[in-house]
Design a protein around this ligand. Structure first.
Ligand SMILES: NC(=O)c1ccc[n+]([C@@H]2O[C@H](COP(=O)([O-])OP(=O)(O)OC[C@H]3O[C@@H](n4cnc5c(N)ncnc54)[C@H](O)[C@@H]3O)[C@@H](O)[C@H]2O)c1
Length: 316
């Protein structure tokens, strides 16, 4: 059987599939040539990340396809219902990158609490001429230990973020209408395990009590953090959005940064991705990353292996 991994797949995924007798092609075929390529090569399974679109017309035009796999979480680029209606297997890897996103959240949080996002901009410019001035500017950092992290959305990534927070000595509260309670298991290097039980809190209580807020919810029709929510937050809160652009109102965020409600924000996703607003990009209190939450080498390995294992179960 032939598999086309059009947006790439890790070497361990390829090796596992090849050992099970699959032929894995890793050519990146341009979107407009994909139908021809799949039909000419009689491709059985198409694996994508976010770049390749698998729409209804492609699905209808490629009768050899038995499986479509998404390496990652969101399925926005695949017409899932249509593919399923034609009996095509649809697979993804929902939990493979949770720890990667959680670690990026903490990169933004630790960096934010110590102004690293701004120090990294100004040290190359003034580090040799104004060292003492910069030292003074960035001397009132804070510690995460002992503070409260409020997490919106307590699924895979929200819970992975909670583990890091607890490990760093933080108190965790979460708001998720679908998760009344959750057991968070921390596994340590020497085999020790510690379990924590957490219960859902209301949106208002979270906003009122959190020193830091991190968003881990799927895309929504309305903002989850907008003007009204910012007005209920603790003064000096730090906010991270590594979920989806559009769950946080960027205009309201800028206002909240300007009036001091929010001390800093860490953004990995943007309302107008892939062209974030210049006001966001240039703001001196925003720590920025270009939607790389899931993009670690370890996550790519886990994704490749998870896809391979599912394909072997479904198609062998
Ligand atoms: N930055 C990145 O690169 C990156 C990578 C992977 C995933 N993500 C995003 O992270 C988000 C979370 O992913 P996940 O794998 O944890 O998803 P998940 O489905 O495991 O968890 C999402 C949780 O959000 C809850 N939820 C939905 N609406 C809510 C609301 N209005 N208020 C509170 N809770 C709400 C759901 O009940 C669910 O428990 C998604 O938006 C995903 O697209 C980002």
């Amino acid at each position: 059987m032939k598999i086309l991994a059009n947006d790439g797949i890790s070497q361990n995924g390829i090796t596992t599939l090849e050992k099970a007798g699959f032929n894995v092609l890793t050519t990146t075929v341009a979107q407009e040539q994909l139908v021809n390529y799949i039909n000419e090569n009689k491709i059985d399974a198409l694996l994508v990340r976010s770049a390749t679109k698998v729409r209804k017309d492609l699905i209808d035009a490629c009768p050899t396809l038995k499986l479509i796999g998404r390496g990652g979480v969101g399925m926005d680029n695949i017409d899932v219902a249509h593919a399923k209606s034609k009996g095509i297997h649809i697979i993804n890897t929902p939990a493979a990158s949770s720890e990667s996103v959680a670690e990026l959240v903490f990169a933004h949080l630790f960096g934010g609490a110590r102004f690293l996002y701004d120090a990294n901009r100004n040290m190359p410019l003034e580090g040799d001429s104004n060292f003492k001035g910069l030292k003074k500017s960035y001397s009132k950092g804070t510690e995460l230990r002992g503070k409260t992290l409020g997490i919106f959305g307590f699924g895979n990534i929200g819970q992975a973020t909670a583990k890091l927070a607890i490990g760093a000595g933080m108190k965790v509260v979460y708001c998720d209408p679908d998760v009344a309670e959750a057991k968070i298991d921390l596994d340590f290097f020497d085999g020790q395990k510690v379990s924590f039980s957490l219960t859902n809190t209301s949106k208002n209580d979270l906003l009122k009590n959190a020193d830091y807020i991190s968003l881990h919810i799927p895309g929504q029709d309305n903002y989850v953090l907008g003007k009204s929510e910012f007005s209920k937050m603790k003064k000096g809160v730090g906010i991270v959005n590594a979920a989806r652009g559009g769950v946080l109102d960027e205009v309201a965020l800028i206002d909240a940064l300007e009036n001091g409600t929010v001390a800093f924000a860490g953004l990995d996703v943007y309302e107008s991705e892939p062209k974030p607003e210049i006001k966001i990009l240039m703001h001196s209190s925003i720590s920025l990353s270009p939607h790389i939450g899931a993009a670690t080498l370890e996550a790519q390995e886990r994704i490749g292996l998870e896809l391979a294992e599912q394909i072997i179960t479904l198609l062998n």
